[in-house]
Design a protein. Sequence first.
Length: 636
Amino acid sequence: MSRPSASPTAHDAAAEYARSIADPEAYWSAIAGTELLWDRPFTRAFSGSLAAGDASWFDGGVLNACVNCVDRHLAARGERTALIWEGDEPGSTRTFTYRELHGEICRLANALQRRGVEAGDGVGIYLPTVPEAVVAMLACARLGAVHCVVFAGFGSEALRQRLAAADCRVLITADIAMRAGKAIALKPIADRALAALPGIHSVLVLRRGVPGITLSEPRELCLRRAMDAESPAHRAAAFPSAHPLFVLHTSGSTGTPKAVLHATAGSLLWAMRTHRLALDWREGEVYACVADIGWITGHSYIVYGPLGNGATTLLCEGVPTHPDPGRYWAMVEQHRVAVLFTVPTAVRAIARHGDAPALAHDRSSLRVIATAGEALDAATWRWLRDVPGGGSCAVIDIYGQTEAAGHLLAARPQAFAMGASKPGSVGSPLPGVVVAVLDGAGNPLVGEAAGMLAIGAPWPGLAKSIGDRRDPDCLARHPGFYLTGDGCRRDADGHLWITGRVDDVVNVSGVRLGTVEIEAALLAHPACAEAAVVGVPHALKGSALIAFAVARVGQDEPRLGAVLRAAVRAGIGPIAAPERVVMVPALPKTRSGKLMRRVLRALAMGDDGALGDLTALAEPSVIDDVRRALSELPNS
Ligand code: PRX
């Protein structure tokens, strides 16, 4: 397969986009035919529509995603580094060639098979971003088992819900995760979840040398021991294109985590394609993605995209400021990273410390710095371009979603090279993505417009659970369109700008959190009678959560706010813990009893102008009560 050594020009990119939209069958047939290794070729690239809810990709084709990511590279690149892992502490680096990675995956696939795991079975993975997480995902893919990775920052209730929803039979976890020099015990959290999950018959535990954790055999086993007992060879079967590859949960606006299920061929191809087009990775380059493995970015852009393309992919545990804010640039220098993919929150956290940490390291290998997951504000964009990027590195803002298997829109490198990128804008759709900006009634708006961001045609990365089930939130509301749940603006030059979520989901540090799920965690506490959670702008995190709660009669006590905050931390995880839980005598409601979250949000922001029309408010005195509570309470 010949590959271009440089990214296409702006003209080529526009021509490619036009081809992908004019004749998707021809476009995707050619790409899937050359980029993927098929055990049996597909008979047509795609069929069905969003309106009918029957979109299907690469019918008739049969393949194995793990073979595509590893085995097929062995002949030409077996000794090439596939994974570079940087632990929380500098110097705790581990590397794996494609051949070594293959051996590890085969051992685990054999171990899972020995424990009865078959194609279609759910396997939970509750691991930090360590090489074993990559091995576990690919071992599942090899067997046709469906992995369900749960972010290791989630608490026991969040873990239980997600493992139950994915019908997991086996869990792969670790004794600890490391974060900024601290060990965080994962096994006790897993234990609490497992107590309510009798369907999980085997638990494989990665031991990272922590004493005091005992494994109760035969249900629990040391992961390394189980792998060492197996052969490093394994014969992989092939599965139909539509066979499920993984389940990953997003926060739904209904309060229950939304299980998004991706099919094998479409999501793998989408990850590979967008890894080349949006992130602009080129053959032979070291590529680093500092996301957590537990999110779609970790799935598509640490594992499936780069390994499918035969890249060297660098992953890391820990935080960007440990042991100092120069950590990323030290990694770039040490491993000669060409493409660095991160999130705006991490960049803001390191930019706070000034320019010196970046300037102290040799960043001459860097060609692209990309971010995704939340808005990249113009000031941070410029800092990236001028300081770490030294004025010559392309800075790329990418918009993507779990439901999309990754990226949909990007300020492409060609635009950056021409000086046409606009800081703060997510640029334009990637090939195969038909963007529509809809008004409230679902009518597509033309030209300069603001409205709901929707996609007007199926694309290979569209989740199977959405594409073929007519998800009522995303597909059924305006037939023919997939609704992203985000607002957007298209400017006169056709550049797209994301204006924020339109549902009850708040983006905190690039993580989608459903306010309803957090309210449910507050209400689960016996002292909490009512709760409301809102998102407010935050300089580092993008958005921060503020909770308002009403105590049950007789349960009011001065520390209740802090107690409720701790309850959310324990149940859902630290990321979901509100900045403050403000105890109030009552919540603002309409006369019909609906919670007026926009009023709470305006009050939390101290912005009376945003209070809006208050004629529907049933009890106007509530406003002053909330104001008083906000001003009186120290941060809880
Ligand atoms: O609200 C949008 C925001 O993150 C959501 C998707 O989150 P997730 O499913 O975790 O996938 C992240 C994959 C990159 C979107 O609905 N979002 C994502 N990228 C951007 C963004 N908001 C603004 N600008 C972005 N570049």
